[in-house]
Design a protein around this ligand. Sequence first.
Ligand code: B4P
Length: 189
Amino acid sequence: MLNIVIFGAPGSGKGTQSERIVEKFGINHISTGDVLRAEIKNGTELGKTAKGYIDNGQLIPDELMIDILASVFDSFEDSKGVIFDGFPRTIAQAEALKKMLKDRGQDVSIMIDLDVPEDELMVRLIKRGKDSGRADDNEETIKKRLVVYNTQTSPLKDWYKEDGKYQHINGLGSVDGIFTDIVKAVESL
Ligand code: B4P
């Protein structure tokens, strides 16, 4: 099984590259951001809880995210692998992912860190906010999300280095060029 963690700051291109990776390698996709946005759209209890956090640029509590992840993962049949897009975002989530996969006789194959400078992230997300109307893509909330990323999520780079899974990718440049670098890294496994 090919289990890829795609990692990076908000707006680094995780969703953009995940779509291509799914097509190229025929694996399933779990985007925790997409799952939460669907729950918000459908007005579920989970969606109501999630909205408060997302609109404020905060992370949803770990226990909630971990349960969601396991149930989506177990819904896949005859899977060749999974790309985890936007999960893990905390050390607790990384530990839970490791345990969940181990319980199923699997492990993370590679963690891809899409590295993009903050000024470029701001430009991309403000543009996305204008195009899509996403409520969390406004300057004030983006700044909060970057603080959350730098304090709670970025330490995962060292966690995955210690686990021997870390792969740095320059996330600045054309979408095609970045995708070519990702494919090379995955194919060299
Ligand atoms: P996510 O939905 O995961 O979104 P993201 O990090 O903002 O964006 P992504 O990196 O996928 O960027 P994209 O490809 O779209 O999270 C949203 C919120 O959900 C979080 O803030 C949090 O509250 C909550 N959440 C999600 N997962 C959670 C978890 N595990 N635990 C707790 N809370 C969680 O790219 C952005 C833009 O850049 C796009 O417009 C794209 O077109 C453009 N772009 C992409 N690549 C480009 C390139 N190479 N050049 C120029 N532009 C590019």
